[in-house]
Design a protein around this ligand. Structure first.
Ligand SMILES: *Cc1c(COP(=O)(O)O)cnc(C)c1O
Length: 365
């Protein structure tokens, strides 16, 4: 049996007729960027997340860049982010000229909120809470710290669409929520797409103006904005998937449960879910002990099972950020995680037979 690390064709086939009918409708409409599909999707997304405003943008990185830009966070400012973040999280900060301040992750692979306060300085302006792998950060503690130190909170919910922290949807808790809607993400498009959420009227208005060349009225430019617009085709197709988000998340929870109950191996540590949190299982990330990760990956490959490392190089050690001056040893937990983590197959439409095949092969490693 062949089991890919991820696959998008299964969920496409599930809603194929609706997707194809809708795509033709948009193609024939004669209106392709920022139209009624986008505004309807924005309303539906806001309702789904439980926020006042949603604004569609070009992709997840743009969502982050725009969020920090409209919060006026830039040169001379510091933003706190987990040391095991995806590179886009850090680029969102540095594109605006701000400095990322790394905080190590905890046993749940998310930022260790108890280590945030020791990193706060007079220059700290925000915390970027990345809900990695589908699991919510400890938002209660993060919001408490932010209020105490007068910091903004931006949530990167790209891997956690529709996930909750103590009953509240992620992306509705901080000042701004940023979502990538890239095809592999929970509510994935058929190309690049992203969306920003907020309960703040003023911030929402700023995002709306900024994403479209800084203009509210065509050819009247209020600020030096950017072009980061969502197109009608993506929005229309995203609306179809959004209708099924809760059942898609539930399906991945069932796969994760099957994994967690079935995998028993002394060298494999299963993912832990923080009390009070839930996970949408964007990835099912195991930690492989004793330096055996790469051997396990090779073994899985031989058995035609795909797996991916999210992520092999922590941002502070990536070549792109050499200028920050960090060295190996500066963030030992993130560095260890980069050597241990492995995402095993997880996708909507994965069959129980495929899941059991992966479980059996893992147990025989
Ligand atoms: C995918 C992702 C992004 C970037 O989104 P793009 O749409 O690829 O620009 C940012 N942050 C996280 C956590 C992601 O998973």
């Amino acid at each position: 049996m062949k089991v890919a690390a991820g696959r998008l064709d299964r969920v496409y086939k599930c809603y194929q007729a609706a997707y194809e009918e809708k795509a033709l409708e948009v193609l024939r409409s004669g209106w392709y960027v920022l139209g009624k599909e986008v505004s309807t999707f924005e309303e539906e997304w806001a309702k789904y997340i439980g926020v006042k405003h949603s604004i569609g943008v070009g992709n997840g990185l743009d969502a982050l860049c725009i969020a920090f830009r409209i919060l006026n966070i830039g040169f001379g400012d510091e933003v706190i982010v987990c040391s095991n973040a995806f590179i886009a999280c850090v680029i969102g900060i540095t594109t605006n000229g701000a400095l990322p301040i790394f905080v190590e992750p905890d046993q749940y692979d998310n930022i260790d909120a108890e280590k945030i306060e020791e990193k706060i300085t007079a220059r700290t302006k925000a915390i970027l809470a990345v809900h990695l792998y589908g699991q919510a950060c400890d938002m209660t503690r993060i919001m408490e710290i932010a209020h105490k130190h007068n910091l903004r909170v931006v949530e990167d919910c790209s891997q956690s669409h529709g996930n909750h922290w103590q009953g509240q949807c992620v992306g509705a808790i901080g000042d701004i929520g940023c979502f990538s809607l890239y095809p592999t993400k929970g509510c994935g498009a058929f190309g690049d797409a992203g969306i920003i959420t907020t309960n703040d009227d003023k911030l929402a208005d700023k995002v709306r103006v900024f994403r479209n060349y800084g203009s509210r009225v065509r050819y009247h430019n209020e600020v030096v904005g950017t072009n980061s617009r969502l197109d009608e085709l993506q929005a229309a197709l995203l609306r179809i998937k959004l209708c099924h988000m809760d059942e898609l998340n539930e399906e991945r929870r069932m796969i994760a449960k099957r994994y967690s109950q079935g995998i028993h191996h002394p060298q494999i540590q299963l993912p832990k879910v923080r009390p009070g949190a839930d996970s949408t299982w964007h990835q099912y990330v195991i930690h492989v002990r004793n330096g055996r990760r790469d051997a396990l990956m090779e073994y899985l490959d031989k058995n035609e099972i795909g797996s991916i490392i999210h992520y092999p190089i922590p941002p502070h050690l990536s070549e792109a950020y050499r200028y920050l001056g960090y060295q190996r040893g500066d963030f030992p937990i993130a560095e260890r995680y980069a050597d241990e983590v492995l995402s095993i197959p997880m996708y909507n439409g994965m069959t129980p037979e495929e899941t059991d095949y992966v479980i059996n092969k893992l147990n025989l490693f």
